[in-house]
Ligand binder design. Structure first.
Ligand code: PEP
Length: 250
């Protein structure tokens, strides 16, 4: 079954609202590709202007985070219904930076996944091993644990529509990319896990991205692998290079 590729930028804590608008304008002609879904995951303060700026284009907007409650006394947090009302379609959940710096554990991330789906957002659920785990040979054990916990009580129909991003921590923002074979091996392992947890149809439908120093130079090779359905791109999403990643097949 052919899965549509999905190329998402993760802007992280970059781009003031005015810088964001400039970047969207610069990228507009470069990110047109009818064969792929294109997403900009942007800082909360950029969501409203960026949603407005991409109207009428092929770009959807994602959030980088959300809270697990709909409303209330949670100073500083943003809820899934708020994101939906603002025009957001995707939300990154469980990025390694949030797991590490903000102590987000799998039980909490599972609540986020469930809340995002309930609200009508598509989670981009991140998982990935540290360099130490890779060297110890426990990469797949670790990722299986993350995904099993993060998807607890999520139905097969819902899993078919989510996006999973495999992001080896040692490759994020370091310029070190996993080789296409290393990335494919884990993405294949994730698909096998989904088949085990659910069924083959669900595994065939779920889209699995690779993330970790993906750029214009390595995207085509990574995206040619049968189990890599897209990319989650940090650094290279903030420049014209992103257009080349989106058009990896041209
Ligand atoms: C990311 O932050 O999800 C990421 C993959 O970053 P980079 O592309 O900069 O490694």
């Amino acid at each position: 079954m052919a899965r549509r590729k999905i190329i998402a930028g993760n802007w992280k804590m970059n781009m003031t609202p005015s810088q964001a608008l400039k970047l969207v304008e610069e990228l507009k002609p470069l990110v047109v590709n009818d064969d792929v879904d294109v997403v900009y995951c942007v800082p909360a303060i950029d969501i409203v202007p960026v949603v407005e700026a991409v109207k009428g284009t092929n770009v959807a907007v994602g959030a980088e985070n959300m809270y697990v409650e709909d409303s209330g006394a949670f100073t500083g947090e943003i809820s899934a219904p708020m994101l939906v009302d603002a025009g957001v379609k995707y939300v990154i959940i469980g990025h390694s930076e949030r797991r590490d710096y903000f102590n987000e554990d799998d039980a909490f991330l599972n609540k986020k996944v469930i809340k995002a789906i309930e609200a009508g957002l598509t989670p981009i659920l991140c998982c990935g091993e540290s360099l130490e785990q890779r060297e110890l040979g426990v990469t797949m054990d670790w990722i299986r644990l993350q995904i099993k916990s993060d998807l607890a009580n999520v139905s097969a129909d819902d899993v078919k529509n989510i996006v999973i991003a495999y992001e080896p921590i040692w490759a994020i923002g370091t310029g070190k990319t996993a080789t296409s074979d290393q990335a494919e091996e884990v993405c294949k392992g994730i698909r096998e896990l989904i088949a085990e947890m659910y069924d083959q149809a669900t595994a065939d439908a779920v889209r699995i991205q690779y993330g970790g120093s993906m750029n214009a130079g390595n995207a085509a090779e990574l995206l040619a692998k049968p189990n890599i359905d897209g990319g989650l791109i940090g650094g290279a999403s903030l420049k014209a290079d992103f257009g080349k990643v989106v058009n990896y097949n041209k």
